[in-house]
Ligand binder design. Sequence first.
Ligand SMILES: C[S@@+](CC[C@H](N)C(=O)[O-])C[C@H]1O[C@@H](n2cnc3c(N)ncnc32)[C@H](O)[C@@H]1O
Length: 191
Amino acid sequence: MIGKRFKDIAKKHLSTVGTINPSSRFLVDRVVSYIRGKNIVEWGAGNGCVTRGILDYLYENHPDDGHLTAFELLNEFIPFLEDLKRVRNGSRLTVVNDDAAKLEAYVSDCDCLVSGLPLAIIRRKSKDKYEALLEQASRVPLFIQFQYNFISRNRYRKYFSDVRLRPEFRNFPPAYIYVCSNNSRAAPEIR
Ligand SMILES: C[S@@+](CC[C@H](N)C(=O)[O-])C[C@H]1O[C@@H](n2cnc3c(N)ncnc32)[C@H](O)[C@@H]1O
């Protein structure tokens, strides 16, 4: 049911969402396994499938003081995220219905930024916006970007000294996770 609703919203706003399927459990688990720290930001939360995984990570690893700020541009996805906030302990999650580019206006402390933004599409629409997003991401200790192509490593190397890439084929479309940082000691082992 939730998957169907995601598809309906995605078909209507394909160039903003970038795919018609929400991330699979396999992709979510792999992305979450690379997260480090207790102040987490998510860019492009959609229907909350990755958001839920990040909250589980926080409950397990930082039960007293972990926090997640989830950005989502499309109003239609916000009820999914507000529901998630209701059924989980709401104080751990802040939902921001605004552009991910405004990260620094909302968040002052971030250990790890997880993004499902369709960066390739954003780049095609506006190179300035794409570069501004990556500039911001490069100021965070750890940036985890998942997307559907494996050709961005060199682009990300412009912003990060350490860029690791791991595919997750048990997703449709097949996904590629880029784990980026400017401190190789902050980066997790990629398995
Ligand atoms: C590929 S979907 C990922 C959705 C969900 N996190 C998942 O993994 O299934 C990308 C999401 O980014 C959102 N998005 C696109 N551009 C955005 C922006 N500039 N700021 C915030 N969210 C944005 C879209 O609306 C969509 O929900």
